[in-house]
Design a protein. Structure first.
Lengths: 194, 104
């Protein structure tokens, strides 16, 4: 492994972590979305560095292309431009930081105490052909069933979004009045207007 | 400089996870909480990919888990944003402190 590759790894890691931290601490929500976008791109860069090109491409297409744009859209729909979010209480920040730090320290102690048996030989990175073959394989170690379940989930999510987004048509009082008149006319047998 | 390996990736993944948890604790705005959830899901993906790369390089199971998590995250974000925009329509605010009608 060359020095340049190591430097690239540390740069990508720094980009991911710094942008993630800025994304959860900045008070301007639009900046938070942009920092989140760069953090996701950093994760995609780490996938590229690990030579998992397919996952990196999926990450860029779905996260950086889809979810980030969706979030920015919803920010534009729900916020005034340049509006800052209200300040949080200091004690809440301190206690959250304490909880997070202790959790992180616990996790890292566990990780470093455990000895992982890493393989030294270089396996070829999976090609798109391998991934496709295993994903649609119905035999052992195939992923055809989860694939179908995910397609049903995406369909359900799509239908659910449409159902949530439909605005119920409110009938105003005036409309209700004319409606009642029409019904009276119909009852009286006056069908000339209709 | 130490050669980057599995432990470095696990460090990044754990740090990203706890950054997301910090955001989830401190934020009171629904969209920023959703962003924190995205960070947490990304850290999980990174963990799966790291284990797949360094412990079972000849298999692809971690990769498939990552693909499915990305698909579920996309569906979850779409539904969550539909709910948030609907909430904004009815309450004119997306602060979690104001969205407590279901509590009583």
């Amino acid at each position: 492994m060359t020095i340049g590759s190591e430097i690239l790894f540390y740069l990508l890691a720094g980009l991911t972590l710094v942008c993630g931290l800025l994304s959860v601490t900045t008070r301007q929500i639009f900046r938070a979305a942009i920092y989140l976008l760069f953090s996701l791109i950093g994760v995609a860069g780490i996938y590229f560095w690990l030579q998992y090109e397919f996952i990196a491409a999926v990450q860029i297409v779905v996260y950086a292309g889809g979810i980030a744009v969706l979030i920015i859209f919803s920010i534009f729909l729900t916020h005034q431009a340049g509006e800052k979010m209200p300040k949080q209480k200091t004690e809440r920040k301190i206690f959250s930081a304490l909880a997070v730090f202790s959790g992180f320290a616990l996790a890292m102690v566990q990780v470093y105490q455990h000895e992982f048996i890493t393989l030294n030989h270089e396996a070829p990175s999976p090609t798109v052909r391998d991934i496709g073959r295993q994903m649609l394989n119905v035999e052992e170690s195939g992923y055809a069933l989860p694939f179908e379940v995910i397609s049903m989930l995406l369909l359900a999510a799509m239908v659910g979004c449409i159902v949530i987004a439909i605005r119920e048509r409110k009938i105003t009082n005036i409309e209700q009045g004319t409606l009642n008149d029409e019904i009276k006319k119909l009852k009286n047998g006056d069908k000339t207007k209709i | 400089m130490i050669q980057p390996g599995l432990y470095h990736l696990l460090f990044i993944s754990a740090a990203l996870f706890f950054i997301g948890v910090y955001g989830f604790f401190t934020r009171r705005n629904l969209i920023t909480m959703l962003m924190s959830i995205e960070l947490i899901l990304n850290s999980v993906n990174l963990n799966f990919i790291a284990f797949n790369k360094y412990l079972w390089p000849e298999k692809m199971d971690g990769l498939f888990f990552t693909v499915f998590i990305i698909a579920i995250a996309a569906a979850e974000a779409a539904v969550a944003i539909a709910i948030i925009i609907n909430l904004y329509r009815s309450h004119h605010s997306i602060d979690v402190e104001n969205a407590e009608d279901l509590k009583y």
